[in-house]
Design a protein around this ligand. Structure first.
Ligand SMILES: NC(=O)C1=CN([C@@H]2O[C@H](COP(=O)(O)OP(=O)(O)OC[C@H]3O[C@@H](n4cnc5c(N)ncnc54)[C@H](O)[C@@H]3O)[C@@H](O)[C@H]2O)C=CC1
Ligand SMILES: Cc1cc2nc3c(=O)[nH]c(=O)nc-3n(C[C@H](O)[C@H](O)[C@H](O)COP(=O)(O)O)c2cc1C
Length: 174
């Protein structure tokens, strides 16, 4: 019996029950981009989290069956672009099935340290090198060390909650 089979037998919680419960965890929405020897690619991700500030590191969970997987695996550098209110259409474009050139043509991009695309108007863009990749089930966890970043403190935020987009308003100036 493989480790995966043991894990599947050890729980009575099926995939759908897990997803239904996960739909109640609100999360930031991000477009993860890369450019390098393997080419340019990008996808939408809510599975992004801060790991440590020394060295500044975050993690991104990427499904190994995604069309973009090999490009990210080979480039080993990426940018986490945290989306702002108004980026819903862009998020859906990068959320699957759309050819890569059509995804990128829909917005303005620049570069910072690694050459990965930095999205104009993102709330924050974290330009990173991938320091470690760990496989868990269907996904790889990419640990990403932040080499450079830019912030935009003007726009409101965007959250993915209950399978839909929601705007997060900034506090009034205090
Ligand atoms: N971590 C991931 O890989 C995520 C994938 N998605 C994908 O986006 C599409 C739309 O998602 P929803 O409308 O939120 O409905 P959904 O019912 O597919 O997912 C509900 C929640 O379950 C979690 N989830 C979904 N698929 C997952 C996966 N393969 N591995 C780990 N967690 C997963 C996420 O927290 C998601 O928001 C689906 O195709 C889904 O697979 C969405 C969010 C996270
Ligand atoms: C709101 C939202 C959040 C998503 N979060 C993730 C994620 O965290 N990890 C992941 O591997 N895929 C996630 N996906 C799915 C990927 O964006 C999608 O599989 C990716 O664009 C690759 O699609 P493709 O294989 O058609 O190119 C998410 C999709 C949406 C709409």
């Amino acid at each position: 019996m493989s480790l995966h089979e043991i894990a599947a037998h050890a729980t009575n919680v099926d995939k759908q029950a897990f997803r239904d419960a996960m739909a109640s965890l609100g999360a930031a929405v991000n477009i993860i981009t890369t450019n390098g020897p393997a080419g340019r690619a990008g996808f939408t991700a809510s599975a992004v989290c801060s790991v440590t500030d020394a060295p500044p590191t975050l993690l991104v969970c990427l499904n190994r069956s995604a069309s973009v997987y090999q490009v990210f695996r080979e480039n080993r550098q990426l940018c986490v672009n945290t989306l702002a209110a108004g980026h819903e259409t862009l998020s859906t474009l990068f959320g699957g099935k759309t050819p890569m050139p059509e995804r990128f043509i829909a917005a303005d991009w620049s570069t910072l340290a690694t050459g990965s695309p930095i999205l104009s108007g993102a709330l924050a863009s974290f330009d990173c090198k991938v320091s470690q990749m760990v496989s868990v089930g269907t996904h790889d966890i990419l640990f990403c060390e932040v080499l450079a970043l830019v912030r935009n403190d003007e726009s409101h935020g965007l959250a993915w909650f209950d399978r839909g987009y929601h705007h997060l308003m900034r506090q009034e100036a205090r």
